[in-house]
Write a protein that binds this ligand. Structure first.
Ligand code: ZN
Ligand code: FE
Length: 250
């Protein structure tokens, strides 16, 4: 099997107020994850001398898809992939990944010699999808979680239930501890303040908050298992109570 000489690089592109778009690139080509807006993504592509090859959207919200039209206007047609259930909600969607919520499934896509797998992770929205990269013969090493899993947090339940969010977070955190999780918003400092209120005596949360860099993406499965109050919720009821508390936490 073809093994790339260099694994793809992932570059975070800050967008809007606190969003991250991502470039997955090797040689001169890049796939773009969650282009919130086109201008900063185009600037990053130009700075790195990259040509876009396609777009992966984690869910339909405008702060994850708002740059699609501008990118296609600038660079021409390219594939736009999202979950099949987001049909009609993601601009210019051309790949409808019908993957299950029970496992990471093949999508048939490949980026720089890495297989692209995906899982349906409902909870924040009904069609949220996690995009994953796996090098040949390896485990999944990188996952794009959108607004389902944040560092030390999870997304609001706009179209899903606590049970769906619980199952989605547990699926994501069933991957090895070293798996990198690239998320949609830089909310980590506020999330850790809530985590510390939920588990005031849990040392890993205080330790993480004490050494927080300004940009915290990616996190890892191991770090989330240790510090994320929604991953650490033992069941869907506890998750639901914590999510409701977080909605009004200041
Ligand atoms: Zn978002
Ligand atoms: Fe969202």
């Amino acid at each position: 099997m073809y093994r790339p000489a260099v694994p793809p690089t992932i570059t975070a592109v800050p967008c809007l107020r606190d969003n991250y778009a991502y470039l997955i690139h090797a040689a001169e080509h890049a796939w773009i994850v969650d282009p919130s807006e086109s201008a900063p993504v185009i600037a990053a592509l130009d700075a790195l001398h990259l040509r876009p090859a396609g777009i992966l959207a984690t869910h339909h919200h405008p702060d994850h898809t708002g740059g699609i039209d501008g990118l296609i206007a600038r660079f021409g047609p390219m594939p736009v992939a999202a979950h099949a259930l987001d049909r009609g909600r993601v601009p210019q969607q051309s790949i409808f990944a019908d993957v299950p919520s029970t496992a990471f499934a093949s999508t048939g896509l490949e980026i720089a010699g890495c297989e692209v797998l995906a899982a349906h992770i409902p909870g924040h929205t009904r069609a949220a999808i996690a995009w994953c990269l796996r090098a040949p013969g390896d485990e999944i090493a990188d996952v794009f979680t959108g607004d389902t899993l944040f560092a030390a947090g999870c997304g609001r339940l706009f179209e899903g239930t606590p049970a769906q969010m619980h199952a989605s977070l547990q699926l994501l955190c069933s991957l090895p501890d070293t798996t990198r999780l690239w998320f949609g918003h830089e909310y980590t400092a506020a999330n850790l303040r809530f985590a510390a209120a939920v588990e005031p005596d849990h040392a890993p949360i205080a330790a993480r908050a004490a050494t927080l860099p300004p940009c915290t993406t990616p996190t890892t499965v191991g770090l989330e298992r240790a510090t994320n109050p929604f991953v650490r919720a033992g069941d869907a009821d506890v998750l639901g109570e914590r999510r409701a508390a977080k909605d009004s936490f200041r």
